[in-house]
Design a protein. Structure first.
Length: 529
């Protein structure tokens, strides 16, 4: 007996509510992350030995998290969990989750042990004249490696919670790490000099404590749903074998993405320190709306698409895909326009202090302009990839990623000759749009009910409305700048907030006058609040 399918309006309403719930959680994590960066910069600075050593060492568990706790793992794991929940029962899905998490813990435990041993040996064999930050990096790496195991297990439990339509806690999990890091610095580390090793060791211990608290939070959440985790290994389970085969292509794709990031950084190093700083700061700004809206919608969209695929309801899949893409364009197009119009006052408000000079503001704004061209694509790419992941196809996104990476390198080399760091940003944006187009073109084959021209026309209309609103934001900011303010910071803050508010109100008013359906979903959401 087949399960009844949900009506399109009900599915879209559920997606919309879940997206905003997840967005609120992610927004909280982004804000606390920004506060953490401010506190860390205030204590260790941006050029100190301890800060440099920590950033390099912590990149290793973060890389393992990206490979085995998110990305490829989630893309393969969530559709299988959703299918089990839909076609079998939540209990069957939990058994799969238990065996998967147990296998994941064993494999990552081996990585942690081997990585820690290797780091300890390398530290012991380093020449006496090695740079201090190199020696400190290999000293603290064994302390940080266990966090990779903890956060990857957190990712697996969070995937199960998402499949049970519990989105708030997984989205808020990073807040725990940010708060513990802030508290560790302000309450403990601040009593030592920044040149001493002791506060850095304490800070690393705080990260492990945060990982344990994160893991405890998701385990308790699962228990409240009636699911008690027990370590159970069963390598003969066919689902584990299937999951492994589906994760493998995704790991390849994630590995390719890591190489791509390294290439971008290497090319930025050729251009000089100003280019590296400009790219980093502009990326932080661009990924703020992408992280809040794009990640939120992709998180809630994947289980919905997966359940529809399990029921073979391709009309619902097409409707959910179209809805998700239009919502992303509705939210990210005005962000791209407003960030572009208000680029310099925004950067001055956030970063213009201390060693961040006028030249740094201009260099950062130059890179930001070219990243903004790809801002909608950065968010839509996650949704487009989910159209394949929901059908348990992890190979196609990897093949397309290889094509885009192959295009990115020559584009980088050509464009950086003329646009410096702006060329690197523009290459990333172009390849992101190429990624979206190819993903959606191939997804169209299995979803004939989806009408891409409707999505394109909707995006064009929203872009025009965002452009008009951008003009309003520009003139509002210029008018505000003519007033007298206490100092440069307040001038920039007033221009950014006032111009953004004027543009935002204009955009919402235009969407309301044009009766945009995307606007209606927000209206319904606000009424429910």
């Amino acid at each position: 007996m087949s399960l009844p399918s949900s009506t399109p309006d009900a599915v879209n309403s559920s997606l919309n509510k879940s997206m905003w719930t997840t967005s609120a959680g992610i927004f909280g994590s982004r804000i606390t992350g920004l506060l953490r960066d401010i506190v860390m910069a205030g204590y260790w600075g941006g050029t100190g030995v301890m800060q440099a050593a920590f950033q390099v060492a912590f990149a290793i568990p973060n890389m393992l998290r990206a490979l085995f706790g998110e990305g490829a793992f989630t893309a393969a794991f969530v559709p299988m969990l959703s299918a089990k929940t839909t076609t079998a029962s939540p209990a069957e899905a939990w058994r799969l989750a238990e065996r998967t998490i147990s296998a994941q813990a064993l494999i990552l435990g081996l990585f942690v042990v081997l990585g820690s041993i290797a780091s300890t040996i390398i530290h012991a064999l380093l020449p006496a004249d090695s740079a201090e930050h190199v020696r400190v990096t290999f000293l603290i790496l064994p302390l940080l490696m266990p966090y990779a195991l903890l956060i990857c297990m957190v990712g697996a439990f969070s995937s199960f919670l998402n499949c049970q339509r519990r989105f708030a806690l997984p989205a808020l999990i990073p807040v725990i790490l940010n708060v513990v890091q802030i508290a560790t610095i302000l309450l403990i580390c601040i009593h030592w000099s920044i040149t001493e090793l002791t506060p850095l060791l304490i800070f690393c211990g705080g990260i492990i404590l945060a990982g344990l608290l994160q893991l405890l939070a998701v385990i308790v959440a699962c228990r409240r749903l009636g699911f008690v985790f027990r370590f159970r290994l069963d390598w003969r389970d066919p689902d584990i074998g299937i999951l492994g085969r589906r994760i493998a292509p995704g790991l390849l794709g994630a590995g390719v993405a890591q190489v791509n990031n390294l290439v971008d950084k290497a090319l930025a190093m050729i251009l000089g320190p100003a280019a590296i700083g400009a790219l980093n700061y502009s990326q932080h700004l661009v990924y703020l709306p992408t992280g809040i809206f794009g990640v939120a919608m992709s998180v809630v969209c994947l289980p919905s698409l997966s359940r529809a695929f399990a029921r073979k309801d391709y009309n619902e899949m097409a409707g959910s895909l179209d809805f998700a893409l239009r919502q992303m364009l509705f939210l990210t197009l005005p962000c791209a326009v407003f960030f572009g119009v208000l680029a310099e006052p925004l950067i001055r408000m956030l970063f213009f202090r201390g060693a961040f000079t006028d030249e740094a503001v201009r260099e950062c704004a130059w890179a930001l302009y070219f990243y903004l061209f790809g801002l909608p694509a950065f968010s839509c790419a996650k949704i487009a990839a989910n159209a394949h992941h929901a059908q348990q196809d992890t190979a196609t996104p990897v093949k397309i990623a290889l094509i885009c990476v192959s295009a990115n390198l020559p584009l980088n080399i050509i464009l950086m000759q003329f646009l410096r760091q702006g060329g690197l940003a523009l290459s990333t944006s172009i390849c992101s749009w190429l990624n979206v187009v190819l993903l959606l073109r191939l997804a169209r084959r299995s979803l004939p009910a989806w009408q891409p021209m409707q999505t394109i026309l909707s995006g064009a209309t929203l872009a025009a409305l965002a452009g008009i609103a951008g003009i309003a934001a520009f003139f509002a900011a210029r008018a505000i700048a003519t007033l007298t303010w206490p100092g440069p910071f307040w001038t920039s803050a007033a221009m950014t907030i006032g111009g953004g508010a004027a543009g935002g109100l204009c955009y919402l008013a235009l969407c309301g006058l044009c009766r945009r359906p995307e606007m209606e979903t927000i209206t319904v959401f606000l009424r429910r609040r």
